[in-house]
Design a binder for this molecule. Sequence first.
Ligand code: PXG
Length: 464
Amino acid sequence: MTLTNIPPTAELQAIDAAHHMHPFTANGALGQKGARIITRAEGVRLTDSDGTELIDGMAGLWCVNIGYGRTELADAAARQMRELPYYNTFFQTSHVPALRLAAKLAELAPGDLNHVFFAGSGSEANDTNIRMVRQYWALKGQPERRVIIARRNGYHGSTMGGGSLGGMAAMHAQGGLPIPGIVHIDQPYWYGEGGAITPEEFGLARARQLEEQILALGAENVAAFIAEPVQGAGGVIIPPDSYWPEIQRIVDTYGILLIADEVITGFGRLGHWFGSQSYGIRPHIMTIAKGLSSGYQPIGGSVVCDEVAHTIGQDEFNHGYTYSGHPVAAAVALENLRILEEENIIDRVRTATAPYLAQAWGSLADHPLVGEAVSRGMMASLALTPDKAARAKFQAEPGTAGYICREFSFGNNLVMRHVGDRMIIAPPLVITPADIDELIERARRTLDQTHAHLQAEGMLKAAA
Ligand code: PXG
């Protein structure tokens, strides 16, 4: 079935500009330019209102893990809407999709992460986490353990809580963030911040900032540490191998809770069900969203270990959302998990697709504009640079070259994002080697065009 009678693009853009406020957007400027309007999608490809087809290198917003067009999920939603479109899980009631999804997640999650508190999004789930870890310590008789340590350039959502946990300076600059009781340490970004030391030394040094921060605050005041196994929105920052084992040692030593924000890294993106498994870490809580439903329905949650869940269960936890465990979203998530499992999509990522992507994406490192080209699972990034050997930044304001590159990429019908001057992709997990070849071909053409443009404009200059 297709949607028919879509008005001309200019008309849609005018309506959009007049009434629709876009997230993370200067809406005035977008209104002048006009948004690209996506009308359909199938597999790894999007179609816009002009009928142009694009490769979606970002899986929507890091979420469409099983790809577009899986009608089984539409059928699951329709079935559930007919049977029970909504009911809540407050006030001593439950329903079948939510309890089944909680049980399925307990089965898939590592260790004793056997309990799920549902939310409508990753941001909401992280807000839940802030309240849950503080309530946990209060119930343990240590109410002064309130501080949550997070990281600069981490991303944990856009609510007051999520945006505060995140370490995005541009977000903190607006609206009074961060809320009290959250402190940030530096990120394990060797390429950008590692200077002359080796990645392994740098990974240890950045992990030890956690220990220094715990000691500075007093361990008796620290509730938890939260981090993404691999930073996504921060630019696909892959930590050195030394980083996570040292973090695990530190949280174990000081008995603080570890929250792994798996919103992007969950559900196969790193070749295991969860990124924590890829890195061998043992979180007490995992934040989930995005790939849980492959983005077909908005749903997120906190997957919680026995100790924390049993403690929280000793008293009323005064927290929850109208749509916690929404039956339609839960039914769609269950169908998504069935497809991921039965079609061995995650095994294929680990054994075939991710190695193929690593090799193909890695080949871009020979480009004169590329300082590094790295990947982990189905997340990949490259650094644009005016001087490869020096890992130099551009003289132009950060993000200028990245934005130019992004514009060429869209022109080549490839959705590739920029974060500052890093270019990033995280395609659907079902992308084939042939699609990857096409993606890389478009990315290389994009880099050539960007390089020529920067050269012509005299912008291939390193910052002093
Ligand atoms: N944690 C992580 C690790 C995320 O990546 C969230 C929490 C928040 O999830 P919700 O569902 O509330 O959006 C995210 C979301 C970007 C971008 O620019 C990334 C996200 C959201 C919007 C934009 O890469 N990640």
